[in-house]
Design a protein around this ligand. Structure first.
Ligand code: CA
Ligand code: CA
Length: 133
């Protein structure tokens, strides 16, 4: 009776599992965009995501993994700071971007963001008085 040697298969499976178990590396080299203008929606708000306020390399180590937006925290110092990355209202506001400790890079970054009303102006023309003919 011939015995089957499963050892090479076992080693291959263990190596495969080891490779798959590696966590992606999130090494970044980013800078904040110092001055940024954003058009607001009809509610005078805009959602700000990391790629809007940060520039640079999101994958310095080149492993193909960039940190997801969920690892970044954006705070806009506008009238309502409780909603984090939502820009509320027209005007200039400072913002700060922080990230999870799993992201390797510079310390937190900040800049200035300007909310602008991009909705077209609505001109209301009062009805003219009808003149008798
Ligand atoms: Ca990476
Ligand atoms: Ca806000």
């Amino acid at each position: 009776m011939k015995r089957i040697n499963y050892f090479p298969l076992l080693v291959a499976l263990m190596f495969s599992a080891l490779v798959q178990a590696q966590d992606p590396v999130y090494e970044v080299n980013l800078a904040s965009i110092a001055f940024l203008s954003i058009g607001l929606d009809e509610n005078c708000q805009a959602e700000i995501i990391p790629s809007m306020v940060l520039s640079g390399d999101f994958d310095v180590d080149g492993d193909g993994f960039s940190p997801p937006d969920s690892l970044f925290t954006i705070v806009i110092f506008d009238g309502d700071q409780t909603n984090g990355n939502i820009l509320d209202g027209c005007g200039e506001f400072n913002y700060n971007v922080m990230w999870d400790p799993s992201v390797i890079g510079p310390d937190d970054l900040d800049g200035l963001i300007t909310g602008e009303d991009d909705t077209p102006a609505i001109f209301v023309v009062p009805p003219t008085a009808q003149t008798g003919l």
